[in-house]
Write a protein that binds this ligand. Structure first.
Ligand code: 13P
Ligand code: ZN
Length: 267
């Protein structure tokens, strides 16, 4: 049998987790990542027994029998290349939706991220909209985080500010950006609040903390954060000295030309 850490989805996950660390976004144990396996990828684990069973604090029965690759709590992204079996693990959501079985990784007694409620509840919200959605990423992207200190707590203002910073923004996230005022992280409550936002947005800012994104692939979910982070950086480095920005007419023109369904409430 192929070694689990050599399977393509694990290789791709390790690559992106390492990139986020190298970007300076995930200091210490900051950030977490989850990926729902395809049926084909899950076959390897189907007949195996879990090494441990853990209880969930929320109902994940919508995902019953699905396998998820997820980062372990307290682990440093910096170590993912060297010790993938410590930083990552594969869990299955059991039939009752209230327990998970651990199948690979989570070495030395590890368990899924403290933000597991946010991850699984966001997967559920996104899957209900689009069955191809499979990846959720949470990271402390530097300029995106800085933005939450600078702008009013208003999704329309945040969205428009970023759309105006780079030409591609309104095409990459035409539905706009969700925003959650500061609240305690690691809870089922913040998971529910984030998932509610994910019914509309693929990207949600957590005030003074970081960002969540969802996508149909690792590239999509990561690319979305990269795009938002780039726009946030342009906003920060041109602050106080901006001579121009992309106007509303140009945003409409872009969305028409690229046949993108822009969120009219944000215009
Ligand atoms: P975990 O180490 O539990 O994944 O937490 C990191 C984090 O970013 C919390 O929001
Ligand atoms: Zn965090």
């Amino acid at each position: 049998m192929k070694k689990i850490e050599k399977m393509r989805f694990v290789v791709d996950a390790i690559d992106v987790i390492d990139k986020m660390y190298m970007n300076g976004w995930d200091e210490r144990n900051g950030g977490n990542f989850s990926y729902l396996l395809t049926e084909e990828e899950a076959k390897v684990f189907q007949k195996k027994k879990p090494s441990r069973v853990l209880e969930l604090s929320f109902d994940a029965s919508y995902l019953k029998n699905r396998f998820v690759l997820v980062t372990a709590t307290g682990q440093f992204f910096r170590n993912v290349k060297k010790y993938p079996e410590e930083v990552l693990g594969i869990a299955k959501i059991l039939e009752d939706g209230k327990h998970i079985g651990l199948y690979w990784g989570f070495k030395n007694g590890g368990r899924p991220t403290s933000e597991f409620p946010s991850h699984l509840l966001c997967h559920i919200a996104r899957l209900k909209k689009d069955s191809s959605q499979r990846v959720v990423i949470h990271t402390h992207a530097t300029y995106t985080l800085a933005l939450t200190f600078l702008l009013p707590e208003d999704e329309r203002i945040i969205t428009r500010t970023l759309w105006k910073m780079c030409t591609e923004c309104s095409i990459v996230f035409p539905e706009g950006i969700g925003y959650l005022p500061w609240e305690l992280c690691g809870t089922t409550k913040i998971g529910e609040d984030t998932a509610k936002k994910m019914e509309t947005f693929k990207i949600v800012l957590w005030s003074m903390h970081g960002v969540y994104s969802a996508g149909s692939s690792i590239n999509e979910a990561f690319g979305l954060i990269e795009t938002v982070e780039k726009a946030a950086k342009i906003y920060c480095i041109t602050m106080g000295n901006r001579q121009r920005e992309i106007d509303d007419e140009s945003i409409k023109e872009l969305c028409d030309f690229f046949r993108v369904d822009v969120n009219k409430a944000m215009l």
